[in-house]
Design a protein around this ligand. Structure first.
Ligand code: C5P
Length: 217
């Protein structure tokens, strides 16, 4: 059986993760947050005292990442910090790292775990590189100012106080690195639905996507 794949790409804090989780719940599909894999590799490199921009160190970390290690790093509180995001974005620009992680992501989409009939994957290159034949493709954006505001609120909810201008600067740096890199840059697939969530809350974004999917079916 060929699984249904929903590919969701877009920049940080645009609302991809919330939307992806809700769609996966709604349809009973498996969900893969591919950013967490790059974050896990970045954290692994930092923890060994190496530089996330060192191609040999980053590629070795990606190639040796086991499912158990990934699972445990995904629960690490440092994974979601801005430093974790920056390290992720640095290792993600290295072609050998992306190549090492590709099979795992494709396999997840082709044979979703738990016997699910479909999978939702979110990231930066799902519709363009990982699953170019995905059943549905979405590109979710929001203004960088709104995304920085959301990230500050998210951090505050976790008890972490941050300065909005610092978060904004970090986000701009990460956006630039992610969209200007040579390999799998952040960009919408030609056949993706583009959704700007700047003025939408999570419920409205979910409703808009459900409506689109139902009209397309
Ligand atoms: O989505 P999240 O912010 O957790 O992703 C962290 C970083 O991982 C991104 O800034 C990006 O550099 C990288 N990434 C990627 N390709 C993906 C998912 C994430 O390059 N499919």
């Amino acid at each position: 059986m060929i699984s249904t794949v929903i590919a969701i790409d877009g920049p940080a804090a645009a609302g991809k993760g919330t939307l992806a989780r809700r769609l996966a719940d709604h349809f009973g599909y498996a969900y893969l947050d591919t950013g967490s894999i790059y974050r896990a590799v970045g954290l692994k490199v930092l923890r060994t005292g190496q530089d996330p921009q060192d191609p040999a160190a980053a590629e070795a970390a990606a190639r040796s990442l086991t499912p158990d290690e990934l699972f445990s790093l995904q629960k690490d509180p440092d994974l979601r910090t801005e430093a974790g995001g920056q390290a992720a974005s640095k290792v993600a620009a290295i072609p050998g790292v992306r190549a090492a992680l590709l099979d795992f992501q494709r396999q997840f989409a082709a044979v979703p775990p738990g016997g699910c009939a479909g999978a939702v994957l979110d990231g930066r290159d799902i519709g363009t590189v990982v699953c170019p034949d995905a059943t549905h493709k979405l590109f979710v954006t929001a203004s960088v100012e709104e995304r920085a505001r959301r990230r500050v609120a998210e951090l505050r909810a976790k008890g972490i106080e941050s300065i909005e201008s610092d978060v904004l600067a970090d986000m701009k740096e990460r956006d630039a690195r992610d969209s200007q890199r040579d390999v799998a840059p952040l960009r919408p697939a030609e056949d993706a639905l583009e959704l700007d969530t700047s003025a939408l809350d999570a419920d409205a974004a979910f409703a808009a996507v459900l409506d689109y999917l139902q009209r397309k079916a």
